[in-house]
Write a protein that binds this ligand. Structure first.
Ligand SMILES: O=C(O)C(=O)C[C@]1(C(=O)O)C=C[C@@H](O)C=C1
Length: 107
């Protein structure tokens, strides 16, 4: 009986082997390898955008605190949460809550 070897799409001799793709054919491994490269590039951009959002949020918070106000502005947070929920559904709310925590810390 032939033993199935999972196709990983890993290039021989690569310095670090990628995580197994789970594919059962070289063709599927190729598709997965290419798509994962795009996902990694997208994740890098998303992380960069999150960091940019954190910096802009800090400008807003510092201006408000410097004027005697508070760090947290709940009405604005409700707008942000609605924005994400309207675009992404219920999990969007969770994502927005995580973003807000990254931007202003835990409340
Ligand atoms: O828009 C503001 O007033 C902000 O301070 C920015 C921000 C945000 O990161 O979106 C952060 C903290 C506030 O509680 C509300 C929103």
């Amino acid at each position: 009986m032939k033993t199935a070897t999972p196709a990983t799409g890993a290039s021989p001799g690569a310095a670090t082997a990628p995580v197994d793709s789970g594919a059962r054919s070289p063709e599927a491994a190729e598709v997965i390898g290419g798509a994962r490269e795009r996902i990694d590039a997208l994740d890098d951009r998303i992380i960069g955008l999150v960091q940019e959002r954190m910096a802009v949020s800090a400008v807003v918070q510092e201006a408000r605190i410097g004027s005697g106000g508070r760090r947290v502005h709940l009405a604005r947070e409700m707008e942000v949460l609605s924005h994400y929920r309207d675009a992404l559904g219920k999990p969007g709310t969770q994502l927005a809550m995580t973003l807000l925590e990254l931007c202003r810390g835990r409340v």
